[in-house]
Design a protein around this ligand. Structure first.
Ligand SMILES: Cc1cc2nc3c(=O)[nH]c(=O)nc-3n(C[C@H](O)[C@H](O)[C@H](O)COP(=O)(O)O)c2cc1C
Ligand code: SF4
Length: 490
């Protein structure tokens, strides 16, 4: 057992932003990379530490401290997630309540925890953090674990490290009570009594607004003992991240909350059974939790009526700066990618053709125009080797060469790998080097392609978490493309 000082040092040495976000830092995320021609002075390969997403991809390339806001649009019949943001946001409790806030909690308190659990289950809500796991199923298994352990923790995952995604940032910043009410409803339904909000260092505005919302909720009897005069005791603690993408992965996040070195852990046990401090822990994404009050208020059937197949409700898409209409777009599951790109996004602002999309995160693979008739849905996208992920939509045009794009993604994975497993720790930098050689034409065509193929296969087969596996899958999604086999980018 290491002494506390060594443990603290081991944990701190993991992070790149130990003292918070650097003022004026430029972003090195993928959305900024594909848009670097718009403002070349805001793109730098050299800055250390590299910041991989500032949540300003609607205005990429971007720099910390810029204050532009994204456009907010709801294209579905209802906007369970963005309805308050579309009305200008709700920063105070009075504003939140005037827009229907806390009605769901009041309804749930006079009902029963079991009724909340079955509503969430019947709604068909699935996690919006990437894996799309059924939320009701997870809550039920967690509630059972809390019952037998007599204790439980709930965590709102606000680490949103995916370059290209910024919905959680604006939910936390402009609708903080919505996230808090979602967490409180989860506590009421499952029996957990301690909540956590994990907010990344790159989002100082979100941490600030959540802190003041937590204080106001506490002062108004909406957090703490006997909430609204009921038997529900529940409070929430905010923890700041320190610039690590892998801390969004739930087992790494929980170690970070425990002030331990945040390496990914093998499962089982799953956090719902054994998580924070070895106790049952429910980890949900911020957008997942933001859906919960709407479902309780309007009923599971109203939510289930939206969507397609086993993807119910809406998804907020973060559309990046090359689109004519960048910003947050809430769409119903089932909307075709073509409608999203051409109608909602308005195509590319300068009229050039979309060459491809990085959909759902930096490692989800590229979707090419031939697949744009695919509907947005978990299973529907997985059939074309793509994913909903967290809903980032990064479009790129012919200025971005696929080999360079592949190298950028490998560089991101290299810098963010937690180092726990060998294929990712050593494979990601090796891939990056091979792709750099390919991009500059310094290697023969056949050699790196064969090794890239073998390496990406090893990453898919043997990586412990989605970072290594995703890098392998992303790389393979480009391998079959002819342009990748070009020795150099032209
Ligand atoms: C490398 C990696 C990074 C992740 N980053 C995030 C993140 O930033 N936010 C998030 O909610 N989930 C992230 N996840 C998924 C979480 O592990 C977890 O599945 C999710 O928070 C569960 O919430 P949900 O069921 O509501 O989606 C990440 C997963 C991996 C493998
Ligand atoms: S795949 Fe990479 S990030 Fe994931 S556990 Fe292994 S080393 Fe860590």
């Amino acid at each position: 057992m290491p002494d506390p000082e060594s443990r603290r040092a081991a944990s701190e040495s993991f992070y790149t932003l130990r003292t918070g976000l650097l003022p004026g830092a430029v972003c090195r995320g993928t959305a900024c990379f594909v848009a670097r021609h718009l403002r070349p002075s805001l793109w730098s390969d050299e800055q250390a530490p590299g910041v991989h997403c500032l949540g300003r991809c609607y205005d990429a390339p971007s720099r910390s401290g810029d204050t532009t806001r994204p456009g907010i649009r709801i294209h579905a019949h209802h906007g369970p997630v963005l309805e308050r943001l579309a009305a200008g946001g709700a920063h105070s409790l009075a504003e939140y309540q005037s827009l229907g806030g806390y009605r769901a909690l009041r309804m749930a308190i006079v009902g029963s925890p079991a009724a909340v659990l079955s509503s969430i289950d019947a709604s068909g809500l699935r996690g919006r953090g990437g894996a799309g796991f059924p939320t009701g199923h997870k809550w039920k298994s967690f509630a059972e674990a809390v019952r037998s352990a007599g204790v439980g923790h709930i965590v709102a995952n606000g680490d949103e490290g995916d370059p290209g995604a910024f919905v959680d940032r604006f939910l936390m910043e402009d609708d903080p009570f919505g996230v808090i009410e979602g967490l409180t409803l989860a506590a009421l339904a499952t029996g957990a009594r301690q909540g956590h909000l994990y907010v990344r260092a790159e989002y100082p505005g979100a941490a600030r607004n959540l802190t003041s919302a937590l204080e106001e909720a506490r002062a108004s009897g909406l957090l703490g003992p006997r909430i609204l005069g009921s038997t529900l005791d529940f409070d929430i603690q905010l923890t700041h991240g320190h610039g690590s993408y892998v801390c969004g992965e739930e087992t790494a996040l929980l170690r970070s909350l425990e002030h331990r070195r945040p390496e990914v852990q093998t499962r089982p046990p799953h956090p719902t059974q054994q998580g924070f401090l070895g106790r049952p822990t429910l980890v949900n994404n911020v957008e997942t939790l933001a859906n919960v009050p709407w479902i309780i208020r309007h009923g599971a059937p109203a939510f289930h009526a939206l969507g397609v197949g086993s993807s119910r409700g809406t998804k907020v898409l973060s559309m990046t700066s090359l689109f004519r209409n960048p910003g947050l777009h809430e769409v119903e599951f089932g909307t075709s990618l073509r409608k999203i790109v051409e109608h909602h996004g308005g195509g590319l602002a300068d009229g050039s053709a979309v060459e491809g999309l990085l959909l759902g995160g930096p490692l989800s693979g590229v979707v090419f125009p031939k697949d744009f008739d695919t509907p947005l849905g978990f299973e529907e996208l997985s059939r074309i080797s793509a994913g909903v992920g967290h809903g980032g939509v990064i479009a790129f045009d012919a200025r971005t060469c696929l080999t360079e794009l592949a190298r950028e993604v490998s560089r991101f994975a290299t810098e963010e790998s937690c180092g726990k497993c060998t294929p990712c720790r050593l494979g990601a930098p090796r891939l990056e080097r091979l792709q750099a050689q390919s991009a500059t034409g310094t290697a023969s065509e056949a050699q790196p392609t064969d090794e890239i193929e073998a390496l990406s296969d090893a990453l898919i087969q043997t990586s412990l978490c989605g970072l290594g596996r995703g890098l392998g899958q992303f790389t393979q999604s480009l391998l079959n493309r002819k342009p990748h086999r070009r020795p150099a980018c032209q």
